[in-house]
Design a binder for this molecule. Sequence first.
Ligand code: MLT
Length: 265
Amino acid sequence: MEALVNGIKIQYREKGTGDPLLLLHGFPLDGSMWDDQLEALSDRFRVIAPDLRGCGGSESSESTSMEQMADDAAALLEKLGIAKAIVCGFSMGGYVTFALLRRRPELVRGLILTNTKAEPDTEEGKAGRAAMAAAIRERGAVAAAEAMLPKLLSPAAPERQPTLAERLRRTMLAQPPQGLAAAAMAMAARPDATPQLGGIAVPTLVIGSDGDTIMPFAIAEAMAAAIPGAALRRVDGAGHAANVEQPAAWNGIVRDWHADTVAFR
Ligand code: MLT
């Protein structure tokens, strides 16, 4: 499905009729990273998984920002007639979620922060983003895929789930290079979201995984400790992309949290 928001075409997937659940994907991926969630959670939620600006089937702009992506997500919710949603951000999608909380907190009724963090890039991290963006402009999406694919899944995954790494590789290679480069630079420019954590006043679930080398579980622990009343859960047997590698466990955590914490508020 497509919607025209903020002057560009945004592609999104939607399934189910329950409590609205907006799923924001990571880099260098698109909304298809939530395919398992769209299937499994649509009995309970109205699941919406957009391709962020410059990713998947959504149009790119010359440059972008976490704020711009958040504004696109907000405009999409409005187009769909949704006044409030549970917003779930994975990794870069988490950075967009923090921007959405800064700009449009009234749209957020609950928060799921999975395999993400509130801290900004270090100077070294920013230099790495610039190098990544340059490599993408020169060599295309393959530059991002080579760097990220080995970190997305746990080392055991290629043997245990042979089609999974291939599915992610195909998704990465299909990403528009201009959009990827813009997203990399936008991540580098994002502000520190740690000052926001203590003021989060909606039910929040923080998820990490035992094998995430990009966002080690200690980051999830510290973030959950800084958010009043946040629940913390760990997915075992997963690398960075916990919802992709262990969908049953990840979906179960979200279902239980929703039933216990959010559903009747
Ligand atoms: C992601 O998965 O979105 C990225 O790893 C985030 C990042 O590089 O900071």
